[in-house]
Design a protein around this ligand. Sequence first.
Ligand SMILES: Nc1ncnc2c1ncn2[C@@H]1O[C@H](COP(=O)(O)OP(=O)(O)OP(=O)(O)O)[C@@H](O)[C@H]1O
Length: 233
Amino acid sequence: MLKVNQLTKTYDKIKAVDNISFHVKDGEIAVLLGPNGAGKSTTIKSIAGLLRYDGDIIINDMPNKSIEAKRIFGYVPEAPAVFDMLTIEEHIKYIASAYKMKNYKAKAKTLLEAFDLWDKKDKLGTSLSKGMKQKVSICCALLFEPRVILFDEPMIGLDPKAIKTLKDAFLKLRNSGCTILISTHIIDSVEEVWDRALIMKDGKIVLSRTREELANNNESLEDIFFHVTEGSL
Ligand SMILES: Nc1ncnc2c1ncn2[C@@H]1O[C@H](COP(=O)(O)OP(=O)(O)OP(=O)(O)O)[C@@H](O)[C@H]1O
């Protein structure tokens, strides 16, 4: 469960996120949509504990910056941060050690195979393409089976097979009861998987809808996105 209460983040004079509140339940996939500059990444980075902000962020009843919360949440940043001088396999070992995982090898092999990285596991971070770095970042976040996971623009740079593998991973995470928040401005990329859509504009959440609510009104995600962000609602 993820709870964001009255989150505000100001950079110098710019209010990037303006008093937003939302919840994402266990086993729910929420998508944070919005045009460029709406405040999506700032929201995700605040939840990940990387920024100072006003408001409260609670992960499974614990403050997001507590060690206990950090043990159970995963974060895939917008720009993958891999270590130049570690191989893919060493990244996996590093995460397994940080999260004190004992039996991680079979899970790691399954993940690396699914993302076509198994045969590249001895390659150094510095020699990986942008998409490969993104896949390493995703595998590291999935390895320790987080209870809450944040993805910031996860599809950027991925090939079609990796996009399909990632969508399958979203569904498996949901089935396991994980809380999932995905930020994107590419609506098509999440169309098949979302349960709750949060649309941001100018730092505010201007619309929150469940898939069921949209279906009952015969609306599509794309329709409401343009209505809300182009100001015709
Ligand atoms: N480090 C920073 N310093 C100053 N202003 C920032 C900083 N990061 C973001 N901003 C500003 O905060 C606002 C929200 O930016 P943010 O990156 O959160 O938006 P976004 O919705 O993720 O956009 P995009 O879809 O383009 O990635 C924008 O006006 C942006 O210029």
